[in-house]
Structures are given as structure tokens and as C-alpha cells.
Design a protein around this ligand. Structure first.
Ligand code: ADE
Length: 239
């Protein structure tokens, strides 16, 4: 990791609220219609000689396009049209009190990154195909240097959690529950594009609160923490 020196860093976000603090911090400017007619949005700028890109999945009907399908489309576009040296999937996640997680905690991803709602069979490799087991860069040293925790991202298409999802999360050691990381990791793995996820906790899946309510209550705190983390990560790569 020490000699990994990305020059073109692309932060990928699902929600505008998650991206806004970083766009403001680096005065990133929107490149109008870069992905037209598709919904993703590109903001770009530079910092100490490094190119910084922030890409959002975009909106439809006034709502942010969260989830795996928009994330897959956006990642394909990002790699084919921008070809960054590093993708940082930045956003929020649910986590588990039982693992010691607290609201606002910031985590960097550990490999593997999995899906927890793709149940396509248990034999002939279908289980592995469904779950994914995708790579990401080893962020152990970065996390240690910057004071972040590390955890396994586990991705599904729902904010809530069915019993079957929890069973797969437990079976595969999932710690950070989100709706995009594995979709991004799949496309990044096809191109061998280095990926790191930085996630801040908005809700505790085993905390007894209604997820949607807790998520909205903590979205701005977690988004700010993600922004601070992204700045620290940029500074880390500027060293
Ligand atoms: N993003 C933030 N919290 C989440 C959760 N509990 N599940 C999926 N995605 C999330």
C-alpha cells in the first residue's frame, strides 16, 4: 500500500446529502450533461496536483437513485469515461451494536465485500456467485494511520433487513450494511480498478429503533463524518 499513489481519485456517492460536504470543501464543479442522457452526475476539481472526481448516481422523480442497479451503471460509466486510479465508495451504512459499532463511527472496508440478499442456490458455485466475495484494497494501514475502524461491507437492495438477510450477514461476517458497495465492487473487480469504501454509521440494525427513522435522524452527522474522512484520505494520498 505504501507505494500506491493514485493521481485520479473518484469518490462515488448514492445520495446528494452524502456528497454535498465534499463537493463544497474542494469547490468541485459540475460537468453538465457529462453522462447524458443517463442520470449520474459528475463534479470535478483538483487538490495539490491530484484530480478529484465526485460522481453521484443522480436522481429520478426528485429522489436520489440509491441501490445496486444505479451503482452498477454509474461504476461502469465512471471506469469507461473517467478511468480513475482509485474509486472510493463514500456513504453511510447500518452497523451492529453487537460488534461495538456506534452511530457516526467511520469505517474503511475490508475484503471481501458481499451481497446478503442474492439467494440463488448452494451448490455448483451459485452460492459464491450470489454472495460475491469481491476484493477491495487493503486499507488496514490507512485506517490505523487515520484512526478509523475497518469492517466487511455487506450489500442488499433494501434499507430494512429480512431474517434471511441477517442469516447471510452473520454467516459471512458482514459488519457494514449498505445498498451499493458490492455492486460497485463487482464492476471494479472486472476492470481491476482499486476500490476502497468509506462508510459512516447512520443506524444500528440490532439497536431496536426503526431503521428509516434512525437513518434520517443521523444522515447529516454521518455525511459530515464521511466528508471529514474523505479529506483525511485525500491528505493521506498526498503524503
Ligand atoms: N444505509 C444506511 N443505513 C443502511 C441500512 N441499515 N441498510 C442499508 N443501507 C443503509
Amino acid at each position: 500500500m505504501n507505494n500506491f499513489n493514485p493521481q485520479r481519485i473518484c469518490f462515488m456517492f448514492a445520495m446528494h446529502a452524502e456528497a454535498a460536504p465534499l463537493i463544497e470543501k474542494y469547490s468541485l464543479e459540475e460537468v453538465a450533461d457529462f453522462f447524458a442522457p443517463l442520470p449520474p452526475k459528475l463534479f470535478k476539481g483538483s487538490h495539490n496536483g491530484k484530480e478529484i472526481f465526485a460522481v453521484l448516481n443522480g436522481q429520478q422523480n426528485g429522489l436520489d437513485l440509491v441501490g445496486c442497479e444505479p451503482a452498477t451503471l454509474t461504476t461502469q460509466l465512471v471506469i469507461s469515461k473517467i478511468n480513475p486510479d482509485l474509486i472510493v465508495n463514500a456513504g453511510t451504512c447500518g452497523a451492529f451494536k453487537a460488534n461495538g459499532s456506534e452511530i457516526g463511527d467511520v469505517y474503511l472496508s475490508k475484503a471481501p465485500i458481499n451481497f446478503h440478499d442474492r439467494r440463488v442456490g448452494d451448490s455448483g458455485g451459485w452460492y459464491e456467485m450470489g454472495v460475491g466475495f469481491y476484493p477491495c484494497i487493503d486499507a488496514t494501514e490507512i485506517a490505523k494511520d487515520l484512526g478509523f475502524k475497518t469492517g466487511h461491507c455487506t450489500t442488499g437492495s433494501s434499507l430494512d433487513m429480512a431474517d434471511e438477510d441477517l442469516a447471510l450477514i452473520k454467516k459471512n461476517g458482514g459488519e457494514l450494511k449498505d445498498m451499493e458497495a458490492a455492486a460497485i465492487a463487482w464492476v471494479a473487480s472486472l476492470y481491476n480498478t482499486p476500490l476502497m469504501c468509506v462508510k459512516s454509521v447512520t443506524d444500528l440494525c440490532d439497536g431496536g429503533r426503526a431503521t428509516e427513522e434512525e437513518f434520517h435522524e443521523n444522515l447529516s452527522l454521518a455525511s459530515n463524518n464521511v466528508k471529514d474522512a474523505c479529506i483525511k484520505i485525500m491528505d493521506y494520498f498526498l503524503k
